[in-house]
Design a protein around this ligand. Structure first.
Ligand SMILES: [Zn+2]
Ligand SMILES: [Zn+2]
Length: 267
């Protein structure tokens, strides 16, 4: 299973400030192999264009949504993929549909193949070539009925397991109780708050490096997950981090690799 990071930034990055060759992060999104998109964010087509791969989403059959914050869920992107392009199926909380109805109108929204899914760890569901377990994240949007999610994505053919956790502070207990039983092969943890974030207010909805340190020490102490598990970070805030190289050095002792836009990992 391959995962390509289409964006690795938090919501404070400005796409208008993009300059080719200069360090930059788009809003967080990723694609599994070439058919499963995680988060239909507003910057994914910018990535495809800059990467010289304008057709990279033609094979997207399914889209799963972590939550409906604007940096992760963009109605125009959904319209492009689900109505005008490959006619992908959209899976997520009903909040997605509410947002689409507001942005595109009820008629257009009704034409989208939307499948409402619930956070129920006992009932993983099949999406194309994958088995998906949505788990509750510690995060919230303005839509108070929305259950925001972390995802465990399994590729049954290879029996490889990926955890994708943007956005969430820590991992809620009910989700951890599921995650700890799984032989994960890769974990993408969010790291919104970097070394410039001292005593930052975002700690109730996002991770800091100190929180990652605590989690990783515990994962290792108890030998959690598969023996070959690898750890990555994404969703880095522009204003709370220095540069990528510095972050790489900072996370190296923890055995964590920060992702960058365009990075592909094989799980
Ligand atoms: Zn976000
Ligand atoms: Zn968010």
């Amino acid at each position: 299973m391959k995962l390509t990071f289409l964006g690795t930034g938090a919501a404070d990055w400005d796409i208008n400030a993009y300059e080719p060759g200069k360090e930059f992060r788009r809003f967080s999104a990723a694609i599994v192999n070439s058919d499963l998109l995680i988060d239909p964010g507003p910057h994914i087509f910018h990535f495809a264009e800059c990467a010289g791969r304008p057709g990279m989403f033609d094979g997207v059959r399914d889209i799963i949504v972590t939550h409906t914050h604007g940096d992760h869920f963009c109605p125009a992107t959904v319209e492009k993929l689900c109505l005008n392009g490959p006619r992908s199926t959209l899976w997520g909380d009903k909040a997605c549909l509410r947002k689409l109805e507001r942005a595109l109108g009820p008629e257009k929204a009704a034409q989208i193949d939307f499948r409402e899914t619930a956070v129920n760890p006992d009932e993983p569901y099949r999406v194309g070539n994958y088995v998906i377990r949505p788990l509750r994240s510690n995060h919230a949007t303005d839509d108070r009925a929305e259950t925001t999610r972390l995802y465990v994505i399994e590729e049954p053919e290879t029996r490889r397991l990926l955890y994708y956790g943007c956005d969430s502070a820590w991992i809620p207990t009910e989700s951890w109780n599921v995650i700890k039983t799984l032989p994960l092969n890769a974990m993408v943890l969010e790291d919104t708050c970097g070394e410039l974030a001292t005593d930052d207010w975002r700690i109730f909805e996002h991770n800091t490096i100190e929180m990652l340190e605590l989690m990783l020490r515990m994962f290792r102490k108890y030998g959690c997950f598969a023996p070959d598990v690898r750890y990555y970070t994404s969703h880095m805030a522009r204003t709370l981090h220095t540069d990528h190289q510095r972050l790489k050095e900072k996370l190296a002792p923890l055995g964590v690799t920060p992702a960058y836009d365009g990075m592909t990992i094989t799980i």
